[in-house]
Design a protein around this ligand. Structure first.
Ligand code: GCW
Length: 688
């Protein structure tokens, strides 16, 4: 048995202290009202879960046979008249992908039944996973009346997998999709991934890296058609549509054309033909994900065209088939000169895309990273979200921990994502949160959602660090419902993954919830990012990227530190926000401490709201952070004997490495700033 492989779908964990007998009788039989592939999946999943949790296999009715007790699974509008009538008031509230769970009282002498009714087949599957979640947590299922509807239309995962088997920014082994330029033969593992994703409501996946290399460019040709079909079927059985990342220069690279100009008619018909071929093979294909004119990737700029020209050309090719284009906004000048203090990477996405608002086709979605830079441990929220009102948008998050400890350090990202989702841009008055802009609710957009870069690979536990599974879980739960409290998500994950021992739960919850703050404290202070080793981005290096062509990030000298992004004397970035953020960020007095150095260049003696000086804050947080990293290890060690041993040891080893590495961070950062500023630590602690 592979340690951590089942992740949160671990059913033996659920046996701890639950009323197994009750579940066994309530789910003694399962009838599906239909036989399409996603319903078949739903029945299988429920049967497997009930069997494992209760120790008793439910009876399964072969449609159209229907058992008079147990669980009925079906799709609204396709039920029998009696069931349709009984559930009508609830199903009226659900759209596509929503579901209803409802206990239907039995007639005298008959058992109650549980109806799981989806707005679609996928909705029914989500309903089944909800029921499973309740049982894993030992919740009663005898008086159900649950109506759920996902907040986001697209709930997506981006794989940065390459066909040679490597994963860009992957920290959990090799790709489960590809090896040596080919698709894997192990579609079982892909299926197991699909089921983990569907169990938290994911409905779309881009299966290759946004940096599309040579072999991957051919994914849209006939060369990989049969494997693509296979992948689409595996995911399709779980209600997940597949997307491909495409190379904007494909017409040249694989089409034999001399141009990829989006306004050229031969280019347009080439893409239209490609789309037609893809959809003939895979009718439920999702569409294209595009990184263009970004970090040396080809794009419309080469031809003097803009991003709307590029995206709309692909959109036109996909539209007849119902496909969509997801166009990334990670566009900035990566050949900067540090002497040019007006060019600011943080401003780039807004400057490129807000002038194009309203120019994009209806089946284009702009995918915007949560921050204006690149998934740092602390950034403000990207102002681009507040700058577009006539364009579909989606939020891009990074589950893989590129800048947050690379799954060697524990860094639970759900609290970070909650801050992003709850951020009120004030774009259309109060309440214009990122969650509501991304879903399309604020501007009433037809499409929207959330995407995130996956953190899985072929490691037994999927995520390298077993606790990093909580990030994948939490991401999915938030795409379904961004209003879920972080604490609820954490508790669910722990209960489902590690069982119901409260003494375990408390410890793990505490570790997860402290982890982001701890990581931030021994790494980057007050909103400065990038103090990492160039290239791989692991470990401290204060000047690693400073004065590089990719940007300049802290401007530390003997007088002070921080980037002046104010309107008066700086890059003017603060002006990209709506009031009151514009004024808040623009003022060194009003700016929240944690973002001070992102917006302001200040002397080391500048007093923070906390009452400390900047330099003393740097020293204090780094000393405390390293100590707390050790505390994480120590508290994990109290769990020895309470968890499966392999699992315990795997996390313990990572936490040990983290606590050692945190000391290195502490010393490198403190030493650097001591030498730069010449100001001693108020407490006389050891700084080199
Ligand atoms: O975070 C940076 C990464 C690149 C990545 C790029 C992007 C896929 O360092 O590895 O490329 O962002 O998001 O496109």
């Amino acid at each position: 048995k592979r340690t951590g492989y089942e992740a949160w779908l671990r059913y033996e964990a659920a046996q701890y202290g639950i009323v197994r007998e009750a579940y066994a009788s309530q789910c003694s039989a399962i009838s599906a009202l239909g036989s399409s592939k996603v319903l078949v999946t739903a029945v299988q999943e429920l049967a497997e879960a009930v069997g494992a949790i209760t120790g008793q296999q439910p009876k399964i009715a072969a449609p159209p046979e229907r058992l008079s007790s147990g669980v009925l699974i079906g799709v609204k509008g396709m039920l029998d008249p009696e069931l349709e009538r009984l559930t009508a008031d609830d199903t009226a509230q659900i759209g596509d992908e929503g579901y209803l769970l409802r206990t239907l009282p039995g007639a005298a002498g008959e058992a109650d039944r549980i109806a799981v009714v989806g707005g679609s087949e996928a909705g029914a599957l989500y309903g089944v996973f909800h029921l499973i979640r309740l049982m894993q947590q030992g919740e009663p299922i005898n008086a159900l009346r649950v109506v759920e509807q996902p907040a986001n239309g697209l709930r997506m995962i981006n794989q940065w997998d390459n066909m040679d088997g490597s994963i860009e920014r992957g920290y959990a082994g090799k790709s489960i999709f590809y090896r040596e330029g080919k698709f894997t033969e192990d579609f079982e593992r892909v299926r197991d991934y699909a089921r983990l994703l569907a169990s938290v409501g994911i409905n779309a996946i881009a299966i290759n890296n946004v940096n599309v290399h040579r072999v991957e460019t051919k994914l849209i040709t006939e060369a990989f058609e049969s494997e693509l079909k296979k992948a689409a079927d595996v995911f399709g059985a779980y209600g997940i549509r597949i997307f491909l990342s495409v190379n904007f220069a494909s017409p040249i690279a694989v089409g034999g054309l001399t141009t990829a100009d989006p306004l050229d008619s031969s280019v347009r018909s080439w893409w239209a033909d490609r789309a037609a071929v893809l959809y003939r093979a895979i009718p439920e294909f999702g569409g294209f994900l595009v990184k263009a004119d970004s970090e040396f990737r080809p794009g419309p700029f080469t031809y003097g065209r803009d991003h709307a020209d590029g995206a709309n050309m692909l959109a036109e090719a996909l539209a007849p088939h119902g496909g969509i284009v997801i166009w990334r906004c990670f566009v900035y000048n990566c050949l900067q000169d540090w002497r040019d203090r007006r060019t600011d990477r943080a401003k780039a996405a807004y400057d490129h895309f807000t002038p194009l608002d309203g120019n994009f086709a209806d089946n284009v979605i702009l995918q915007i990273k949560n921050g204006p830079m690149d998934f740092q441990v602390r950034e403000p929220v990207s102002p681009l979200f507040g700058g577009l009102s006539r364009t579909n948008q989606m939020l891009e998050l990074q589950i893989t921990q590129e800048y947050t400890g690379q799954q060697k350090h524990v860094c639970y990202l759900v609290p970070l994502w909650k801050e992003v989702l709850d951020f009120d841009t004030h774009a259309a008055g109060e309440g214009s949160t990122i969650a509501k802009i991304a879903s399309g609710a604020v501007h009433n957009r037809p499409l929207g959602g959330i995407a995130a870069v996956s953190n899985i690979g072929d490691d037994d536990c999927w995520t390298g660090h077993p606790l990093a599974q909580a990030n994948l879980y939490g991401y999915g739960r938030l795409t379904w419902n961004p209003a879920l409290p972080a604490e609820q998500i954490t508790k669910e994950w722990i209960r489902r993954t590690l069982g119901g021992d409260p003494s375990v739960g408390e410890v793990v919850e505490d570790i997860l919830h402290r982890s982001w703050g701890i990581y931030e404290s021994y790494t980057s202070p007050l909103g400065v990012g990038w103090m990492v080793n160039p290239g791989h981005h692991y470990g401290p290096n204060v000047d690693g990227y400073e004065y590089s062509k990719w940007g300049t990030y802290h401007f530390a000298d003997c007088h002070g530190i921080g980037v002046d992004r104010t309107i008066g004397t700086g890059t003017g970035y603060a002006a990209q926000y709506h009031s009151p953020w514009r004024e808040t960020y623009n003022s060194a007095e009003l700016c929240p401490d944690e973002l001070l150095l992102f917006f302001h260049h200040v002397p080391y003696t500048h007093a923070l709201k906390s009452g400390k000086t900047v330099i003393q804050h740097i020293y204090d947080t780094h000393f405390a952070g390293a100590e707390e990293a050790l505390e994480l290890l120590e508290s994990w060690q109290t769990l020895e004997g309470k968890l499966e041993n392999g699992y315990f040891r795997l996390a313990a080893a990572r936490l040990r490495e983290q606590s050692e590495h945190a000391k290195e961070w502490r010393d490198v950062i403190n030493t650097y700033f001591y030498r730069k500023s010449g100001i001693a630590d108020a407490y006389g602690r050891l700084i080199y």
